[in-house]
Design a protein around this ligand. Structure first.
Ligand SMILES: [Zn+2]
Length: 207
């Protein structure tokens, strides 16, 4: 499996594209929809699914870039689903924008823990704290942590449905599920190995 990273200059949000065989999974289209779309077209890759780590505007805006693919599945945790429908919850206004969910997409909101991507197992880990429905995705040795875990910090917990207490539990839980070799791919900023984060991230070394 190959991991590609697309970033934008506005929110500096990371969109990840997982490529395996001739198929792709998109994690958080963010503000990178057209770049991702061009790449997938050029390489003739078929989109299997879009996964959302959470429902904030800077992670979901470019769902519209994929609205011409009827029935394309978009997964979001049930607790964050409401953010696709309510701008007060997804903070579109902070970007002086509105978010309208494109009609053709098929929103999947099951509380699933495992998905299969081609022949690879993808684990969905509920990681509340930044939002109540924040989720991280573990596949092979890669963890896509959204705005839960950054290289030297964790996501803010003062927005709607955020919780400092839940974040603390989440970081503890993740610490038990990943190894030093796990590559952490956050929703903003650089990626890195979990082992090296133990010296740079106070939320981990204070556990
Ligand atoms: Zn966020």
């Amino acid at each position: 499996m190959k991991v590609l990273t697309f970033s934008d200059n506005l929110a500096e949000q990371n969109t990840y594209v997982l490529v395996h065989l001739d198929r792709a999974i998109i994690i958080d289209p963010g503000f990178n929809g057209s770049k991702v779309r061009d790449y997938l077209n050029q390489h003739r890759l078929q989109i299997e699914k879009i996964l959302l780590t959470h429902g904030h505007f800077d992670h979901i805006r470019d769902l519209e870039s994929f609205s011409d693919i009827p029935g394309l599945a978009v997964w979001i945790h049930p607790e964050d689903r409401i953010m696709l429908y309510q701008d007060e919850m997804n903070y579109a206004k902070a970007f002086r924008a509105r978010f309208v969910l494109p009609p053709n997409l098929e929103i999947q909101s099951s509380d699933t823990e495992e998905m299969v991507f081609c022949n690879l197992m993808l684990r969905v880990i509920h990681t509340p704290g930044h939002t109540a429905g924040s989720s991280s995705f573990l596949i092979q040795r890669c963890l896509f942590s959204g705005d839960t875990l950054f290289l030297d910090s964790v996501g803010r917990t003062d927005l709607a449905s955020g919780s400092r207490k839940a974040m603390h539990h989440t970081i503890k839980k993740l610490d038990q599920m990943v190894s030093n070799e796990t590559l952490i791919y956050p929703g903003h900023g650089m990626s890195g190995r979990y082992g090296s984060m133990k010296t740079t991230n106070p939320y981990i070394y204070q556990l």
